[in-house]
Design a binder for this molecule. Structure first.
Ligand code: 5RP
Length: 222
């Protein structure tokens, strides 16, 4: 079975958490694209979405789903987004699509974060996927030196400018034994907008698309 079919399964299962008439948060990426398409096909529509990227905004609008500013809503009940890696404690690496900062903001503003992935994304320890870090452009070299000091090997994702005007460093080789502590440490470096570790505010539910259907995980031992 293809990875896309597993992503589609996870996305379809997330639709069951959506209540008609509400405003929900919507993330970014190929898995979320399946979710957006399923939202468009819902017979009872949602009132609107707060989007984590220009790409998702365009896709939502093309399906006639209103996109609202986060400042115009009083928090969100639900946020649905993908991930590049996820553990059974529902800690995540995100940012493969460079939308990590807005994703982290919408996740923080949401009461329930449902993460949708295919089974290849579930890992025992985060870190094989290079950790994306969004930086203010003038701080890129300084932040890279600080990340080396933490044991990582950063490389600049050249040519990519985020929706916020930031640059992305992808960091290989980090040992992420304590994702909450490392998220805090990286986010404290001057010039870092945010890193792609979603551990302090991880997911509340992980829906994994597999060969045989979907598996739903709640955080264990967080
Ligand atoms: C974008 C993200 C995505 O959620 C992550 O990259 C997963 O993408 P995909 O569903 O295409 O594998 O964090 O910034």
């Amino acid at each position: 079975m293809s990875q896309d079919t597993k992503k589609q399964r996870a996305a379809a299962a997330a639709i069951e958490h959506v209540r008609a008439g509400t405003v929900i948060g919507v993330g970014t990426g190929s898995t979320v694209n399946f979710f957006i398409d399923a939202l468009g096909a819902m017979p009872s529509r949602i009132a609107g979405a707060v989007s984590s990227s220009e790409a998702s905004t365009q896709r939502l609008r093309a399906l006639g789903i209103p996109v609202l500013d986060l400042n115009s809503v009083d928090g969100l009940d639900l946020y649905v987004d993908g991930a590049d890696e996820a553990t059974r404690r529902l800690h995540l690496i995100k940012g493969g699509g460079a939308a990590l900062t807005r994703e982290k903001i919408v996740a923080a503003a949401s009461r329930c974060f449902v993460c949708i992935v295919d089974e290849a994304k579930v890992v025992a320890e985060l870190g094989r996927f290079p950790l994306p870090v969004e930086v203010i452009p003038m701080a890129r070299s300084y932040v890279a030196r600080e990340l080396r000091r933490l044991g990582g090997e950063p490389s600049w994702r050249e040519g990519v400018v985020t929706d916020n005007g930031g640059h992305i460093l992808d960091v290989r080789g980090l040992r992420i034994a304590d994702p909450v502590a490392l998220e805090r440490e990286i986010n404290q470096v001057a010039g870092v907008v945010t890193c792609g570790l979603f551990a302090r505010r991880g997911a509340d539910l992980l829906i994994v698309g597999t060969d045989s259907g979907v598996q739903t995980l709640e955080p264990s031992g967080r």
